[in-house]
Design a protein around this ligand. Structure first.
Ligand SMILES: [Zn+2]
Length: 469
């Protein structure tokens, strides 16, 4: 659903107003259709009318007019009907610089240059996306002088540049966002993505849901028609009630052939947020067996004739042959214990995971930029690149799994032991409160006070509700 760009002329930038220029599509990204601009609104719009328009229902498919700042009192000596400020709407095309866009919009080069340089104090213009709408302001009472510009890079953020009489000044206004929880529930009839979309689950949330369950569920094979899911996720709203972006999944449940698997997000004392089952056990599984894509095993764990030393020696890791520069991933969540050159290992990284488990990575061509001892890494994060530093005959990753400081066979059962944690004590008590709250959120939804239900064909009922945390 692409809502058309919405423009209001209710508040002039020179008066300190902030104007909302874009609405959101369902995924939370700004959807702009610069080719479908409504005709420029008349410059004598009554502020009260604009304010009324701002209160119109948000789900209408008409361009919304939203004035986001308190309207200043109308100036007495300059009636709005002869508003000297002209607002010209331009949009950034692919590959355009802001300078070009402003000049194409009629701004003299030196003014455009000054405005862009003022803007850089609050906004990185290189981050401006194609399709971004910009309102350019000219003052007819001063010989069509360019007096500023304004745009909204995100629903919760407005950026403006205004001429203050002597120079251009930029400012950024972040609106306070309110977090609400969205509960969605669905029954899979043909595909999970179809059911999720019908239940109002945006793709990034579904993607996170699939990733969370990937330790446990094979989404290609395990799903059956009739299986159900529930997802409780955060959504952030602007003060106008506009959805700005989605946040984390708080709770999810997947019922496969009648068997329910529920996961809950919890941040343990001194740790990062993670997902746990109802028993308070981390859902993360053993470290990855292959911390690299598309590599072949060139040497396993065990006794072998050493390729460089030329005599039989215990090989305490597993070698993956891969071209120089192939990314190497952290095999599990953990903390960097060592990152740098280390004897015959060359460029070496060692990570500490839970349960006395560690992994080590040798012969890297280089270590990922900024990776240092003490840093926390997530499973799958790039920690370095394949090389042949140290004692190596050719480019490969030498991968070790250690338990209690001893190398073990990465393919052994011992190495598959869960690297996650189990909550206990105070953490467990707090976690149980959260479990009860999340379950209550879904019970409320079933009771139907705030529920929006949609029937989508026989046996295909999905529900979605918005509830304040
Ligand atoms: Zn090796």
């Amino acid at each position: 659903m692409l809502k058309r760009i919405a423009v209001t002329s209710a508040v002039a930038l020179a008066l300190g107003g902030v104007v909302s220029l874009a609405s959101l599509d369902d995924t939370g990204s700004v959807a702009l259709a610069p080719q479908a601009l409504p005709p420029a609104p008349p410059s004598d719009v009554d502020p009260e009318l604009a304010a009324a328009a701002a209160e119109a229902p948000k789900d209408q498919q008409v361009p919304q007019q939203v004035a986001t700042a308190a309207l200043p009192p109308a100036p007495t000596k300059a009636p709005l009907s002869v508003d000297p400020v002209e607002r010209r709407h331009v949009s950034v095309g692919r590959g355009d610089t802001l300078m070009q866009v402003l000049m194409d919009g009629g701004v003299p080069a030196d003014n455009a240059q000054n405005a862009v340089s003022a803007l850089s104090a609050v906004y990185d213009v290189r981050r401006m996306k194609a399709g971004q709408g910009i309102t350019v302001l000219f003052d007819h009472s001063e010989g069509d002088k360019f007096i500023g510009l304004e745009f909204q890079p995100a629903a919760e953020r407005a950026v403006s540049v205004a001429f203050n009489g002597s120079r251009y000044q930029a400012r950024q206004i972040d609106k306070p966002l309110e977090k609400k929880l969205v509960a969605a529930r669905g029954r899979i009839t043909s595909s999970l993505s179809e059911a999720a979309s019908a239940a109002g689950v945006p793709y990034p949330v579904l993607d996170a849901f699939i990733k969370r369950y990937a330790y446990d569920v094979d989404f290609q094979r395990d799903l059956q028609p009739g299986d159900t899911f529930e997802i409780l996720f955060e959504r952030y709203y602007t003060p106008e009630g506009e959805a700005a972006r989605d946040g984390d999944i708080q709770f999810a449940s997947l019922t496969l052939s009648g068997k329910e698997k529920a996961i809950y997000r919890y941040q343990a004392a001194g740790g990062t947020a993670d997902y746990y089952n109802a028993l308070g056990e981390s859902i993360r599984r053993a470290i990855l067996r292959t911390p690299i894509d598309g590599a072949r095993v060139t040497s396993g764990y065990g006794m072998r004739m050493h390729p460089v030393l030329g005599y039989s020696k215990m090989h305490k890791g597993k070698d993956f042959g891969a071209p120089v520069g192939t990314p190497i991933y952290a095999a599990g969540d953990g903390v960097v214990e060592q990152a740098g050159p280390f004897s015959s290992y060359g460029n070496y990284v060692r990570l500490r995971h839970g349960n006395q488990m560690e992994t080590a990575y040798g012969h890297m061509s280089r270590i990922a930029k900024g990776l240092r001892a003490g840093m926390r890494v997530a499973q799958g994060e790039v920690i370095g690149y394949v090389g042949a530093t140290g004692r190596a005959t050719g480019p490969h990753l030498h991968f070790e799994v250690l338990r209690g400081n001893q190398q073990i066979n990465p393919d052994s059962k011992e190495a598959k032991i869960e690297a996650g944690r189990k909550l206990d004590g105070k953490d467990m008590r707090q976690f149980q409160t959260i479990v009860a709250q999340d379950q209550e959120a879904f019970r409320d939804m079933q009771e139907g006070t705030t529920m929006v239900a949609a029937k989508l064909g026989a046996g295909h009922v999905v529900q979605a509700a918005v509830k304040r945390h």
